[in-house]
Design a protein around this ligand. Structure first.
Ligand code: S3P
Length: 438
């Protein structure tokens, strides 16, 4: 699919955000590990969440999906069934890394695999700590997927431990917290930054003793003696999806949109802080809690932006938002610098290299740095670009088209269905100039 976007009239109207994908992955998997039936409302079906649901089917987990509600019959902590063939996690690293922890806790043998893109992503960040807890794992050369995980005799526990994680990563932390459910004592993890804490909140709601020390970015889990309680949850709206709307409304002159039910967990709101530092007009109101997560409604009006610097903890708190943040930077007056963000090279693509190549191709003044990039804002010319198998690169380039001189055509844009299948109808309804060609 080729997605065409061109200079747009103002965006106006309101949109109620679909459920957050990180919460969706966790809720489906944790529900499978509980005993009893879980009911999860506002569950977003997209490529990556479907990957988790299909993988759960391979482990024998019964689930149904009807009108946005996912119902899962939990099999208990050791109840996952060994699949007869390798389980594919398709493009979803969250699916693979979280499942690896759950499989380690269950003590069953299995092989976890995925797309070519997923096979290229680093897995030693989970395999090394899992091995130190006593899990036997084989990997492909280079320590990537497929991961072959060996089973454990009934009654055998994993080894309690204290790990200092070299990279702040909620996927790694969540994988190890899930394995810790079957440890022979408390497991403590320390991270170099504040990665998203959805796992901690959700497992706590299911009855697990988890203690956090936010100042030290540390979390300790004491293995439960009782089964996990099933979930009754309504998922908070996805701030990573909202980010595309927030940036688009900020940079398209005259826009004024309202986003309803956006998850505003402080470990995820770095994009709001970065845009506000640039002068964005973003107002949060009606703060409330939805199933243990803070949510709010957000009004965004177009505003002129000035360049900023992003580094340190802020990088972790907006880790998925850099593709669309780069578009905001391209529209800002002056220089925007992103540093200490080398993790971006290990996402669905090397997002530093790819953003620099594709944005330079449409006339953005962008310079690649080993751990980030620098953008001098100005006008965006337009042209033809490629999504390179990365859903967020596809959507960010489409946003750039709305403020470009000649429009942008994004080739292989169908990848956006991995995370935001309604991208085209939603933006069209808000007034954006968007069309697709097969
Ligand atoms: C996710 C964590 C982040 C993020 C990914 C989803 C999660 O990855 O980039 O899209 O749901 O835990 P890392 O934890 O590897 O930074």
């Amino acid at each position: 699919m080729i997605l065409h976007t061109s200079r747009s009239q103002p965006l106006t109207g309101s949109y109620s955000l679909p459920g957050d994908k990180s919460l969706a992955h966790r809720s489906a998997l944790f529900a499978a590990l509980a005993e009893g039936e879980s009911v999860i409302g506002a569950f977003p079906l997209s490529g990556v969440t479907r990957a988790m649901l299909d993988a759960l089917t391979a482990f024998g987990v019964p689930w149904t999906f009807d009108d946005g509600t996912l119902t899962v019959t939990g099999l208990g902590l050791r109840g996952l069934r060994p699949p007869s063939v390798a389980v594919t996690c398709r493009n979803s690293a969250t699916t693979l890394r979280l499942l690896a922890g759950a499989v380690a806790a269950a003590g069953i043998p299995c092989s976890l695999d995925g797309s070519e893109g997923l096979r290229r992503r680093p897995m030693n960040r989970i395999t090394e700590p899992l091995r130190s807890m006593g899990v036997v794992i084989e990997t492909a050369p280079g320590d990537g997927a497929p991961l072959v995980i060996h089973g454990r005799p009934p009654g055998a526990r994993l080894t309690a431990c204290h790990h200092a994680l070299p990279v702040a990563s909620a996927q790694v932390k969540s994988c190890l917290l899930l394995a810790a459910l079957a440890a022979d004592g408390p497991v403590t993890l320390c991270e170099p930054g504040p990665s998203r804490d959805h796992t901690e909140r959700m497992l706590r709601a299911m009855g697990v003793d988890i203690r956090c020390d936010p100042a030290a970015h540390a979390v300790s889990l004491t293995p439960p003696t009782a089964p996990l309680r099933p979930l009754r949850a309504d998922l908070a709206g996805d701030i990573s999806t909202a980010a595309f709307l927030i940036v688009a409304a900020t940079v398209i002159p005259g826009s004024d949109i309202t986003l309803l039910g956006v998850g505003v967990n402080p470990t995820r709101t770095g994009i709001l802080d970065a845009l506000r530092a640039m002068g964005a007009d973003i107002v949060e109101w009606n703060p409330r809690e939805r199933s243990g997560e803070p949510v709010a409604d957000i009004r965004v009006r177009a505003a002129p932006l000035i360049g900023t610097r992003v580094a340190g903890d802020l990088v972790v708190r907006m880790i998925d938002e850099f593709p669309v943040f780069a578009v905001a930077a391209a529209c800002a007056a002056g220089l925007t610098e992103v540093s200490e963000a080398v993790e971006l090279r290990h996402k669905e693509s090397d997002r530093i290299g790819l953003l620099c190549a594709e944005l330079a191709g449409v006339g953005v003044d962008i310079a690649e740095r080993p751990d980030g990039f620098a953008i001098r804002g100005g006008s965006i010319r337009g042209g033809s670009v490629d999504a390179h198998g990365d859903h967020r690169i596809a959507m960010a380039l489409a946003v750039a088209g709305w403020v470009s001189q000649t429009g942008i055509a994004v080739r292989r844009a169908e990848i956006l269905a991995e995370s935001f299948p309604d991208f085209v109808p939603v933006f069209s309804r808000l007034g954006a100039a968007i069309r697709t060609d097969e």
